[in-house]
Write a protein that binds this ligand. Structure first.
Ligand code: ATP
Length: 137
């Protein structure tokens, strides 16, 4: 059994990760999947959440939103619309975005796009979770 699988995470404008990992958890549009080396091939839509992976003894986290995931036994490719590694996340900005979205959902004005507010809320929650600041709700 192989001990690692090559993880590649990219957005349309940059490559964030290209390294062998022992395990990766990925938010798909149908929920989280856990991928170990030699996983069966699959193609999925990337959801909103925290992609986490284990290299050495470290677990790293990236907030992602939208895109595609391709799994093969020796390689996982994630092409994300938006992705921020935990160290790049502006916590104050995410808290402000969360507050704004929650306010819109609590007091919806006529014509408000509910789905858009829910997605903004979920992106902010994912950023806070990736930055180690999960919000209790
Ligand atoms: P906001 O309302 O704060 O703009 P958003 O969820 O609408 O948040 P996106 O449209 O998902 O923002 O992202 C726009 C750009 O801003 C992307 O490049 C994204 O990486 C970056 N970004 C958004 N929020 C943060 C954050 N809290 N920390 C770091 N980068 C962020």
């Amino acid at each position: 059994m192989m001990e690692t699988i090559l993880l590649e995470v990219a957005t349309p404008d940059r490559l964030l990760v290209s390294e062998p990992v022992r395990e990766v958890q990925i938010p798909t549009s149908h929920g989280y999947i856990g991928v170990l080396p030699e996983h069966a091939p699959l193609l999925a839509e990337l959801g909103i959440g925290v992609l986490s992976y284990v290299t050495g003894n470290e677990t790293k986290r990236i907030a992602v939103s939208g895109g595609y995931v391709e799994v093969r036994p020796e390689r996982v490719r994630v092409l994300a619309d938006v992705a921020e590694p935990s160290g790049e996340i502006d916590v104050e900005r995410a808290l402000a975005a969360l507050k704004r979205a929650e306010e819109r959902l609590r007091h919806p004005e006529p014509g408000i796009d509910i789905a858009r507010a829910i997605n903004a809320m979920r992106r902010a929650q994912a950023r806070l979770a990736a930055a180690g600041r999960p919000v209790e709700k």
